[in-house]
Ligand binder design. Structure first.
Ligand code: ADP
Length: 169
């Protein structure tokens, strides 16, 4: 059984085996969570992302997929980068957003990560409505077959925290 926990705060200050990044497909950094992770995690993360772009992800990481790198200076062993869908482009189809959570957990299992911190993927510049994103996130994690013992959603503000809390018993 995977425990789902919620905290309000900055994901870059969490202690976990793996911290998930709401990346963009370039893997070369961006705004929001992505910028914060690279700033606090230091250059080792970007270096490994560049190597991924030079090898198996020459065209970037496709939406809905996930890949791990070092966590650099973060208090974690790995950062798992996943690319959420842009709401307007997806037309609200939850498939790719659910895939981000499922694929990140699959990568976490392959690494042996037991605690994984997730941000609210796609709810920032990709503009997925928070309540709907929270429902998709929680349902997907609940349904996932994973060895991960704790999935911790790290919500940046009260609005996000409230939306996720409404999905839990
Ligand atoms: P996306 O491009 O997938 O929409 P963003 O990083 O723009 O990703 O936003 C995803 C969510 O993460 C938003 O709800 C945003 O408020 C939140 N967020 C931004 N910075 C942080 C942070 N340091 N820790 C946790 N959540 C954050």
């Amino acid at each position: 059984m995977t425990a789902i926990t919620l905290v309000q705060g900055d994901i870059t200050l969490q202690t976990a085996d793996a911290i998930v990044n709401a990346a963009n497909s370039s893997l070369l950094g961006g705004s929001g969570v992505d910028g914060a992770i690279h700033r606090r995690g230091g250059p080792a993360i970007l270096e490994e992302c560049r190597r991924l772009r030079a090898s198996q992800y020459g065209k970037g990481l496709p939406t809905g997929q996930a890949v791990a790198t070092t966590a650099g200076d973060l208090d974690a062993r790995w950062v798992i980068h996943t690319v959420g869908p842009v709401y307007q482009v997806s037309g609200g189809d939850p498939t790719l957003l659910a895939s981000c959570y499922r694929e990140s957990l699959r990568v976490a299992d392959a690494l042996g990560a037991r605690t994984v911190a997730f941000p609210a993927i796609s709810t920032g510049v990709y503009r997925w409505p928070m309540e709907d994103a929270a429902r998709i996130a929680v349902q997907t994690v609940r349904a996932a077959e994973t060895e991960v013992e704790e999935v911790r959603f790290v919500l940046f503000d009260e609005r996000a925290y409230t939306a996720f809390a409404a999905q839990l018993p």
